[in-house]
Design a protein. Structure first.
Ligand code: ASP
Length: 321
């Protein structure tokens, strides 16, 4: 009897040691693109927002919270900031309307939710999670998605909440320069997060206003599971940013994990080679990724990508170039 008790106690000690020694961490991005002209003030504000968001999201993981909660929290924080092209700071389509896309995925059971072409939901990432958890579907778009958001009790805002003179000017300037319906590679970026929690669950999420001067109704890669967002326990989690049409055609987010799973590549090799291959066909962008051991990769083939990470192994690291 005493031996049995001792045995159970030692298993308990061993498993609690394993739990406390488990790796965990989070990475976020604020878009890839032409960052050369950012002023010092803009850089400071961006770095500050990314740092604060990471620190708060990391606390969720440290306290034993789930990766999906940390991802939702981080993406929603960035959506609330006018500094990024998602939620409040979304860019305009060619009709001077902001249409937003977002997705989230839980690598634990591959549950996923996505929304596209929505106009008045304060936090598209929260709606994507509700789609995942409360419906039998993966993606809802437009008015149907907005009606569901009301039923789900999410915050609806007036379209004026998203108004941005800067983004309107950006659109009008783009229209003068380009033939109509030519999308623009924005300097401000889509946002995303990937996380691994202490239980080994990986999650990923992405949110965007898309590309300036896009056609009304155009949907990019951000809400497409496998392109903009992918999470698979024991392999990796990815959130992409860049020229969405290519990221859809090359299934970038899933491809990073597929090469790890089937080719035995590590996270760095897998994600960097994909970005190099995209560059060869003039497809520009970047991604953030985390693997089952809390290694983080953040390759890009543009002149900058707003990014940062913090894990139990590596302290806070925030960069633009
Ligand atoms: N990937 C986004 C889209 O194509 C844009 C971006 O990441 O900058 O909608």
């Amino acid at each position: 009897m005493r031996i049995k008790t001792l045995f159970i106690f030692s298993i308990f000690l061993h498993s609690s040691f394993l739990m406390s020694s488990a790796n965990f961490g989070i990475a976020v991005h604020g878009g890839a693109g032409v960052m050369k002209n950012l002023s010092e003030d803009q850089k400071d504000k961006i770095e500050d927002k990314i740092s604060k968001t990471l620190i708060e999201a990391f606390k969720i993981l440290e306290q034993g919270g789930s990766s999906i909660d940390a991802v939702e929290f981080a993406v929603a924080e960035l959506e609330d900031s006018p500094l990024f092209n998602a939620g409040r700071g979304s860019v305009y389509n060619s009709d001077e309307i902001q249409e937003m896309d977002a997705s989230i995925m839980n690598g634990n059971d591959r549950s996923a939710g996505a929304v596209a072409s929505i106009k008045k939901i304060k936090n598209p990432i929260k709606l994507a999670r509700k789609v995942s958890e409360l419906t039998e579907h993966v993606m809802l778009v437009g008015e149907g998605a907005e009606k569901f958001a009301m039923d789900a009790g999410l915050e609806i805002v007036d379209e004026s909440y998203f108004y941005s003179e800067k983004n309107l000017k950006r659109l009008r300037k783009a229209k003068q320069k380009t033939a109509s319906n030519t999308i623009v590679h924005d300097r401000i970026g889509t946002v995303g997060a990937v996380a691994l929690d202490k239980n080994g669950n990986i999650a990923a999420g992405t949110s965007t206003g898309g590309m300036t001067n896009k056609m009304p109704g155009r949907v990019g890669d951000s809400p497409i599971i496998g392109s903009g967002t992918w999470a698979q326990n024991n392999v990796c989690g990815v959130s992409s940013t860049g020229h969405g049409e290519y990221f859809i055609k090359y299934q970038v987010a899933k491809e990073v994990c597929t090469r790890i799973e089937y080719l035995g590549k590590n996270l760095k090799e897998s994600s960097e080679t994909i970005l190099m291959e995209l560059e060869e066909i003039e497809a520009y962008g970047g991604l953030i990724a985390i693997d089952k051991d809390a290694n983080v990769a953040a390759p890009f083939n543009t002149d900058g990508m707003i990014r940062g990470s913090i894990t139990n192994k590596e302290e806070l690291n925030v960069r633009i170039y």
